[in-house]
Design a protein around this ligand. Structure first.
Ligand SMILES: Nc1ncnc2c1ncn2[C@@H]1O[C@H](COP(=O)(O)OP(=O)(O)OP(=O)(O)O)[C@@H](O)[C@H]1O
Length: 307
């Protein structure tokens, strides 16, 4: 169904390269107004999925649509979706402004759009310098500027934080938040989780071409459980009381405290109370995206949970 919403829907997508199953029956949705992180280890199938979405690769089975249409059927593709896949190549002897003027001419956009997008990505003051003088971060910004020329409602970026310094990552984060706040759909891939953790509100995790997990970040963190740090003057007795539970939680010693995985703080507090064990601390540690990612991809490696 054509809905013009800018929603990305990947459904039953499979891509074979000869005998390599790069993408395997993959389904997920990315809603407008959100930033979704498309995560997975190297070789998981992220780029292939994005290339299917952008009409650069023909799926073996399934569909990938934007606003209800495959890329090849979009009436105005470059003003529907802007994409940066890998390092953009620019003529080194051209200025950024000149490069964007050429793209305006090719795509039928007014020349004034070049100045607009240069301003959006913060390159106005250096727009007339040759691109060969640009740093990696400046080139990334120019790639984004080119993707935004048609004022698309959907932005797809493959590893956009690659090669950026912390300042560049902070800039990118704020920039993408502004685009999503305008109602745009933003999908960014990464295998470096710390780079996207503070940027995305939803994640889609894949491994070996298959979906491992998708959902809101906060929700996933909650579902993945947390580590509870417990301090007590009687750690041996508490550890023993915990280990006889069925199933037994994972109990470890750390810096004179016990760390417990697999139970909520209230359960541990209740058990300690009933056993007459004094507690001095009972703290739930939030697991970060890195922990969740490893837990999920390890589970997939040993044939465990799949989303
Ligand atoms: N054109 C191709 N021909 C053959 N195999 C390919 C081709 N493109 C990708 N593959 C294979 O498909 C699998 C998925 O690759 P893909 O590049 O999509 O993963 P990725 O998650 O983007 O990895 P990375 O983070 O390293 O870029 C890999 O095993 C890769 O070698």
């Amino acid at each position: 169904m054509v809905d013009g919403s800018g929603r990305i829907v990947v459904s039953g997508l499979t891509k074979m390269f000869r005998t390599v199953r790069a993408v395997d029956d993959l389904s997920f949705t990315v809603e407008p107004g959100t930033i979704s992180g498309f995560l997975g280890p190297n070789g998981a199938g992220k780029t292939t999925t994005l290339r299917c979405l952008l009409g650069l690769v023909t799926p073996t089975a399934g569909t990938a649509t934007i606003g209800g249409l495959p890329y090849v059927d979009l009436p105005h593709p470059s003003s529907t979706v802007g994409a940066v896949l890998g390092a953009s190549t620019f003529h080194p002897a051209r200025s950024a402004r000149n490069h964007l003027h050429v793209l305006c001419a090719v795509n039928g956009y007014p020349r004034a759009r070049a100045a607009d997008v240069l301003d959006q990505v913060g390159l106005t003051t250096v727009a007339d310098r040759k691109v060969r003088e640009y740093s990696t971060g400046m080139r990334q910004r120019l790639g984004l500027a080119a993707a935004l020329l048609g004022d698309p409602g959907v932005l797809v970026l493959d590893e956009p934080a690659n090669g950026l310094d912390p300042e560049g990552i902070a800039w990118l984060r704020a920039f993408l938040h502004r685009l999503a706040a305008d109602g745009r759909t933003v999908l960014i891939s990464s295998h470096v989780l710390s780079e996207v953790e503070q940027t995305v509100d939803h994640i889609v995790v894949i491994d070996k071409g298959r979906l491992i997990q998708q959902g809101g970040l906060a929700d996933l963190e909650r579902r993945q459980g947390c580590t509870v740090v417990v301090r007590t003057p009687d750690p041996d007795r508490l550890a023993e009381a915990l280990r006889v539970l069925d199933p037994p939680p994972d109990v470890q010693r750390r810096d004179g405290a016990l760390t417990v995985k697999g139970l909520q703080p209230a359960d541990i507090g209740h058990l300690a109370f009933r056993a007459g064990i004094e507690l001095h601390e009972l703290t739930a540690e939030r697991s970060d995206l890195e922990d969740i990612f490893f837990a999920l991809t390890n589970a997939s490696t040993i044939g465990g949970a799949r989303g």
